[in-house]
Ligand binder design. Structure first.
Ligand SMILES: *Cc1c(COP(=O)(O)O)cnc(C)c1O
Length: 343
């Protein structure tokens, strides 16, 4: 195989020819004036999918998260999330720098969230201690290996948030994967959250784009926050068209990615590096604690044989299946990785 099999991330996908055609043919206008019909159509469609009143197109998932956090947590108040959440791992203190938001984390157990623990961390309103204003969860969980949080857990968090009068935000960059893996309707997820961010450029294969989802009142404020952050875009319908195309054609096919991730996990399980039961969606986190090769060595050896993986730590690797990795690509990755692990 001469072509690289790139399993570092599901962000590496390139727009398909049909997606590019949809982009080329998009009707556009100036979206800062709310005059881009394709952006408006995408926003209305995504809002309706999740049973919310409105949505706002944003250039990245990080910006969508940060807009949402500013909607639910005022400056000098607090967000609760887990210690490996994207918002505190990959967003470079944006909540603090831009929103003046204090973040406090619960330990990341790599599995189901302890609702009682989170509820016990909520601090009440007051001038002597930072009040908690929102809880954020990630569905599916990136550093949790694509873990799907169960509905009962989410309902428990919703109840805890309600009884404290605070908000629940979902970083739903891969909420599509949770839906495909569990069959839980998008609207059922949507009903649990005050705000959501969803991403079109991960598994869905669009080149750019995320959305913030929420009430009409919140999204009106979100538009203002986005402009303040420099995220107002003009003829963005070119990008929104890719998102609409992805929603039509690339959601249900995520089942193929899940099947391929499971196949990778099954093939690698005999080497003691992954428990297939923990692979819920399209991410396969490799625990290389007990192998002869560490993560950088495995990554380098695989790269030499045309397979790219992420090295997340000295003994942690990650493989992600996606639109541009077919069965043959996954077969090749299995052959290369098992060859190195059994050497
Ligand atoms: C990728 C991702 C985001 C957004 O990332 P951007 O690169 O800013 O688009 C947010 N949350 C999670 C869980 C992600 O995996």
């Amino acid at each position: 195989m001469t072509q690289l099999v790139d399993l570092r991330s599901d962000t590496v996908t390139k727009p398909t020819a049909a997606m590019r055609a949809a982009m080329a043919n998009a009707e556009v206008g100036d979206d800062v004036y709310s005059e881009d019909p394709t952006v408006v159509a995408l926003e209305q469609r995504v809002a309706a999918m999740f049973g919310h009143e409105a949505a706002l197109f944003a250039p990245s998932g990080s910006m969508a998260n940060q807009i949402a956090l500013q909607l639910v947590v005022p400056p000098a108040q607090e967000l609760l999330c887990d210690a490996n959440a994207h918002v505190v791992t990959y967003e470079f203190a944006a909540a603090a720098a831009i929103g003046g938001i204090s973040s406090r984390t619960w330990p990341f157990a790599g599995g189901e969230i302890d609702v009682d623990l989170v509820a016990s961390m909520i601090r009440p309103d007051g001038y002597w201690a930072v009040p908690t204003r929102a809880i954020a969860v990630e569905q599916t969980h990136n550093l949790g290996g694509g873990f799907v949080i169960g509905l009962d857990t989410l309902r428990g968090l919703r109840a805890a948030a309600d009884s404290a009068g605070i908000a629940l935000h979902c970083d739903g960059a891969r909420i599509w994967h949770a839906h495909v893996a569990t069959g839980v309707p998008f609207a059922e997820y949507g009903a649990l959250f005050d705000t959501m961010s969803v991403c079109l450029s991960k598994g869905l294969g669009a080149p750019v784009g995320s959305l913030v989802v929420g009430s009409a009142e919140k999204i009106a404020r979100a538009r203002w926050i986005r402009k303040r952050m420099g995220g107002g875009m003009r003829q963005a319908g070119i990008l929104a068209a890719a998102g609409l195309y992805a929603l039509d054609h690339h959601v249900e096919r995520l089942a193929d990615d899940h099947r391929r991730a499971q196949r990778l996990a099954q093939a690698l399980a005999p080497y003691g590096v992954v428990d297939p039961e923990r692979v819920h969606t399209n991410l396969v986190v490799l625990d290389l604690a007990k192998t002869a090769v560490d993560a950088p060595a495995l990554g380098a050896a695989a790269r030499e044989r045309g397979v790219l993986m992420s090295v997340l730590g000295p003994r942690t690797g990650r493989l992600i299946t996606h639109l541009d990795a077919d069965d043959a690509a996954v077969d090749h990755a299995i052959e290369v990785l098992t060859g190195i692990l059994s050497a």
